[in-house]
Ligand binder design. Structure first.
Ligand SMILES: *Cc1c(COP(=O)(O)O)cnc(C)c1O
Length: 411
């Protein structure tokens, strides 16, 4: 790894001077990428096992996405939702058909906004059915992450994200994730929606227990509450099927939110709504200036089409197995992890007791050995590589990780 150049140092100094302190970017300036490989301005290469944060699902510099983007860029960039354009109409149709439950779509620019739309939709559905405000509660689960706007962050049942932003909007309740009895006791005639990730991402890569989503679905049906699945991270192929809820049979959500991988790196989010709530949003109920942007939708159409090809779905399963077996091999030698878990190419490795709290240091060490990984909290290493990652790239990435872990352990 080359030492940071004068240019790198000066850019980083400016970033630190002019950004708010909301982020703490690593000490390099990324400049370009191809497939699962990225380069910094000094020419160092890195295997990208994070894909942003599960965003560049089809890898960097994907030719088909680039073609879709440039073709649309030459035609029309923006019109607002006062007018129709072609890409969002066709993307909406394709999402509805692929989802097998949705009737309609609302486009946003981010995941948070998709969840914000879902929260507003749930409240309005309850209001339309004559329920007073105190009977419009939304339940979410410990360890969840639903975004950063005030409503989405309130749905995010992790106190560290709330601190300092009180007063939070009322009407949110939290239940222990994967606790069948606790949720059965909590859902009642005051519940207007239950919101959950099929596999929790930021919370540490924690899949819903077998039958849990279906259990929640039955409780929702009983009390006329909506089942909202946040598939912003676990959806769009990540778990081996197009939608994470399709991994388990018999799940029919009322609302699904998408973002991250949907645009392959271009900002876009979507809320998909089923028949029960397809008419809840009426003219004027909600809106977004940029939502349904033709550039983003033109790219997302190609992403969606590619994610439905059996070859790519097979790659997700096979590369997932390759990654898990590489992590398992590391563990045999070094007893580094307490647990390796996840679905498809959404894999978490929880650190063994003596390395608890060190996920940030290990992530840094991995970077200096040429592999970009993520953390999910202080105790879990998180792997969300491009879904198109090749066997060779994965082999190289995990080899670099082994070197990084050895270096970390010998420090
Ligand atoms: C990232 C994420 C969000 C928020 O999406 P943004 O695009 O950052 O607003 C919401 N839910 C889940 C599960 C996420 O992983």
């Amino acid at each position: 790894m080359k030492k940071p150049s004068a240019k790198t140092k000066s850019l980083i100094a400016k970033g630190r001077k002019y950004y708010t302190h909301a982020y703490k970017p690593r000490e390099m300036i990324l400049a370009r990428g191809v497939g699962a490989m990225v380069w910094d301005v000094d020419g160092n290469d890195y295997i990208d096992l994070g894909a942003g944060i599960a965003v560049t699902g089809l890898g960097h510099h994907n030719k088909d996405l680039l073609n879709a983007l440039t073709a649309q860029a030459k035609k029309l960039w923006h019109t607002s939702n006062i007018f129709f354009t072609e890409p969002p109409i066709l993307l909406a149709e394709e999402l509805v058909k692929a989802s097998r439950f949705a009737k309609r779509v609302f486009f946003t620019n981010s995941g948070t906004e998709a969840n914000e739309a879902a929260i507003k939709l749930a409240r309005k559905y309850a209001a339309d059915n004559g329920r007073p405000p105190e009977r419009r509660e939304i339940i979410s689960f410990t360890g969840s992450f639903h975004g950063r706007t005030l409503a989405a962050v309130t749905a995010t049942a992790q106190p560290k994200y709330h601190l300092g932003f009180e007063p939070l909007p009322p009407g949110f309740r939290y239940c222990k994730f994967n606790d069948f009895d606790a949720i059965a006791k909590m859902v009642n005639e005051n519940t207007c929606a239950v919101m959950l990730e099929v596999v929790q991402g930021e919370g540490g890569i924690v899949p819903a227990a077998a039958g849990f989503v279906k259990h929640v679905q039955e409780l929702c049906r009983k009390h006329d509450a909506l089942l909202i699945l946040d598939e912003i991270q676990c959806g769009m192929g990540r778990c081996g099927k197009l939608f994470a809820y399709m991994v388990e049979s018999g799940v029919t959500p009322d609302v699904v939110t998408l973002a991250k991988s949907l645009g392959g790196g271009i900002p876009i989010g979507a809320m998909l709504v089923g028949s029960k709530v397809e008419n809840t949003f009426q003219f004027g109920s909600h809106g977004s200036t940029f939502g349904g942007n033709p550039l983003a939708c033109a790219v997302a159409r190609v992403v969606l089409k590619k994610l439905q090809t059996p070859a790519l779905q097979k790659n997700i399963r096979e590369r997932g197995k390759q990654l898990v077996s590489a992590l398992t091999a590391i563990n045999k030698q070094h007893k580094f992890f307490a647990e390796i878990r996840g679905r498809g190419l959404m894999i978490g490795a929880e650190l063994a007791e003596r390395y608890k709290g060190k996920a940030g240091d290990i992530t840094d060490c991995a970077r200096s050995h040429g592999v970009l990984i993520l953390q999910a909290g202080p105790n879990v290493l998180r792997f969300l590589p491009p879904l198109t990652i090749t066997e060779k790239e994965m082999k190289e990435g995990t080899a670099r990780l082994v070197r990084a872990i050895k270096a970390y352990l010998s420090k």
